[in-house]
Design a binder for this molecule. Structure first.
Ligand SMILES: NC(=O)C1=CN([C@@H]2O[C@H](COP(=O)(O)OP(=O)(O)OC[C@H]3O[C@@H](n4cnc5c(N)ncnc54)[C@H](OP(=O)(O)O)[C@@H]3O)[C@@H](O)[C@H]2O)C=CC1
Ligand SMILES: O=C(O)CCC(=O)C(=O)O
Length: 479
């Protein structure tokens, strides 16, 4: 009998039955069995977080620092084991899985440090004899709703600042990938977190997530996922006058200019488009190439794409793991058909890869002769599918890159300082990359987009304080 991994509500592990978490590389393998919370249990979790807030918000900074520090240490010490777990539940290759776990450990370490760096401001008032203090206070109960594509990094970069700044938390991980979040919650509890401060409610968005959206006791929601669900979070949050933060889709461009180093261009685009099976909101799915380098670049990229080794996430030869589940696989293959139907030319991939274990494998797929008005260039696919768009010069490349409703990440490959500088200034994306992939960001600097990609303050680094705290201005007369 496989052990049931339970929900954590008010310091107790609860739940009597659960669902199997299936390995997308090998659908015969059950990664574990995880409880699904009911709406009633979700309400209990919210009530527990509310009750725990007064004491936790006033807890000493050394207590918070020590818990986050201990959590970081255990995550980093167990990175191989947790990386394997992550790769088995989500399908990332093992180096990608271990890399993501390492990032989670570094995030907890960073926010353990931030607890000790909490600061305010003291200003003179315009009224003589009056002083003004500006402080940051915790907000209350933070509802955290996370997607399946970064099962440990995204929960970590929301939980760590929420707790560091003195908030209590109710987290609902994606139903497809509960194992990694369960593991970090278990570590945090054993690191000494008081009961009720962090509550884990695994289960379906339509039940658990919706109950969080409908609760007046959830003071703020931090969400990453699709545009559609993001809009529901926004509407419900406005209804409850609650603070919210959304990280949603992308249709990220990478520009390749005539003066680019061809090898750097091919590797940067291959990594941006196909690594992590293209399942990153920061993945580049539009490759905008100026005409002088176009043919040589397309030939080299098509060859690199065909040679990428697709396979079991734990196989050391694998470069591209499986798609996460059948529904995402259908979305990817539907878009490949749409691309063909729109008249783009398929130059690499396009087919499923069969395996004895019936994993959800798909060849990395490259289209050329695409235009920016095609659906494959406008809509987020979220799989290993990229389209090359040929343009005349840098000016057309910049205009094409900005011609999208999204604005998360954007890249350029060039040896021209002039064009790199101009692009950094004029790209309409929240994150701009020069000669580095659009995906794979640092843990200590702000993360987020513009236009339809994001809403609210940035995540990560010191900028996380903007969302997870509220500013108070206090006036005191000297007397
Ligand atoms: N920007 C990004 O990082 C991501 C973007 N996406 C995009 O979204 C597409 C669909 O992915 P999907 O995982 O279904 O994205 P969703 O937006 O549906 O899922 C994100 C999270 O929201 C939850 N959720 C779903 N419905 C509700 C609701 N009514 N109230 C509250 N929470 C809810 C989900 O729960 P549950 O797990 O039960 O569905 C999950 O935890 C992808 O193909 C991709 O295009 C997806 C993941 C990440
Ligand atoms: O590219 C990264 O490192 C982060 C991507 C991400 O957060 C996402 O895809 O949701």
């Amino acid at each position: 009998m496989t052990e049931l991994h339970k929900n954590l509500i008010n310091g107790e592990w609860v739940g009597s039955d659960g669902v199997e978490n299936i390995n997308p590389s090998n659908i015969k393998e059950v990664v574990g069995v995880y409880a699904r919370a009911t709406a009633e249990e979700t309400k209990q979790a919210i009530a527990a977080a509310k009750a725990a807030f007064p004491a936790w918000s006033r807890s000493g900074i050394l207590e918070r620092h020590a818990i986050l520090r201990k959590t970081a240490d255990e995550i980093l010490a167990r990175k191989q084991e947790l990386g394997e777990l992550l790769s088995r539940e989500e399908g990332k290759t093992l180096p990608e899985g271990i890399g993501e776990v390492t990032r989670a450990g570094q995030i907890f370490d960073f926010f353990a440090g931030e607890v000790l760096r909490l600061a305010g401001e003291v200003l003179p008032s315009v009224r003589p004899g009056v002083g003004v203090e500006i402080t940051r206070e915790p907000i209350g109960v933070i509802g955290i709703i996370t997607p399946w594509n970064f099962p440990i990094a995204i929960p970590s970069w929301k939980i760590a600042p929420a707790l560091a700044y003195g908030n209590t938390v109710v987290i609902k991980p994606a139903d497809l990938v509960p194992a990694s979040t369960w593991a970090i919650v278990d570590i945090l509890v054993r690191a000494g977190l008081p009961k009720g401060v962090l509550n884990l409610v695994m289960g379906k968005g339509s039940v658990v997530g919706q109950t969080m959206l409908d609760s007046k006791d959830v003071t703020a929601i931090s969400f990453t996922g699709s545009v559609g669900t993001g809009k529901r979070v926004a509407a419900a949050s406005i209804e409850h006058n609650r603070k919210f933060q959304l990280e949603m889709g992308g249709k990220n461009p990478t520009i390749v200019l005539d003066d680019a180093d061809l090898k750097v261009a091919v590797e940067t685009v291959a990594q941006s488009a196909f690594f992590s099976t293209g399942q990153r909101c920061t993945a580049a799915s539009r490759v905008i190439v100026t005409e002088g380098i176009h043919d040589a670049f397309v030939e080299a990229l098509a060859e690199r794409t065909r040679n990428l080794r697709v396979g079991d996430a734990l196989d050391k030869n694998t470069e591209i793991g499986p798609v996460v589940d059948p529904s995402q696989l259908k979305q990817d293959t539907d878009y490949i058909e749409i691309g063909k139907g729109e008249g783009a030319k398929l130059v690499a991939g396009g087919d499923r890869v069969t395996s004895a274990n019936e994993g959800y494998f798909l060849q990395p797929t490259l289209f050329t002769e695409a235009t920016n008005s095609m659906r494959i260039a406008r809509e987020e696919i979220f799989g290993p599918v990229a389209a090359v768009i040929k343009v005349k010069d840098y000016e057309e490349a910049l205009a094409t890159s900005n011609d999208t409703e999204f604005g998360l990440s954007a890249g350029i490959v060039t040896t021209s300082l002039k064009h790199a500088t101009h692009f950094k200034r004029n790209s309409e994306a929240g994150m701009v990359m020069v000669n580095v992939p659009t995906a794979g960001v640092d843990f200590h600097v702000p993360f987020g987009g513009r236009k339809g990609s994001s809403y609210g303050p940035r995540e990560q680094g010191r900028y996380a304080a903007e969302f997870f705290t509220v500013v108070k201005t206090a006036y005191t007369a000297a007397g």
